[in-house]
Design a protein around this ligand. Sequence first.
Ligand code: ZN
Length: 309
Amino acid sequence: MANAIHHVTAISGSGPRNIDFYTRVLGLRLVKRTVDFDEPTIGHLYYGDGAGRPGSLLTFFPIAHAAPGRLGVGAVQETVWCVPAASLGYWTHRFLEKGVAHETPTKRFGESILAFKDPDGTPLALAGVPGLEGVPGWEGGGVEPGHAIRGLHSVSLLLEEAGPTAAILTDVFGFAETAREGTTIRHAIAGERLGAIVDLRAVGGFLKPRTGRGSVHHLAFRARDEAEQAALVRRLREGHGIETSEQKDRRYFRSVYFEEPGHVLFEIATDAPGFSVDEPADALGAALQVPPFLEERRAELESRHADLA
Ligand code: ZN
């Protein structure tokens, strides 16, 4: 049993600008427009493949006037998407054409990497991965057929020291150390195509991060169902002395949260029920979804989040 990445959640500035970048530039599907269930005055946008499968998801809390975040130890440094190896040239050209800030492609762990930033400065990259052609991507996003983003490739965590976080990845989530390059230690799950890599970068003495626009809020790992989630919660408590939050109903999945030893906020999210629980699979993201427990505030929330409609 192993538990790959379910989703990454970050903070953006303007919601409309975020939607424009992720749907029109990256060609992802906006699979859900909703609100932050803990703070409904803030919106919540989910992007992924056509079905919003776990492992393809990046989500944002858009806060128009958020101050810029600052990277530091105990944070997700970069979120990497995967595309077929032959597609990186197409993407480099697309970024030039659309004015996306990006770096010259480079090699990491033998794969070609094209690093870039979204309009809020969120550090992102595309990894060109061989053999991905058969993995479906969202074909409705205006990206030339065959070149669509398939899902998450990896995230990298910036840490004071790698060991304590590595222990959680290997002992609880079933990752294994597979390679080292410079200060980066790669952990991966064999046989998974999406969200199966976490790179740990140990950089002692760095500043603490400041959450804000362009920074990642938390990193979620998959549990197949609630029974597996409960087993992982037990493993964290009994094997590592870590207590998780109570389970929260996020409507599209059930979640528990904990701070891992390197201070990154981790979540364990169930695969089910998924994004077609409140709108048809062919109309995901069509309209703002207000969860049942906020129904009496629907009018207020629809008006407040009119810019996300
Ligand atoms: Zn989450």
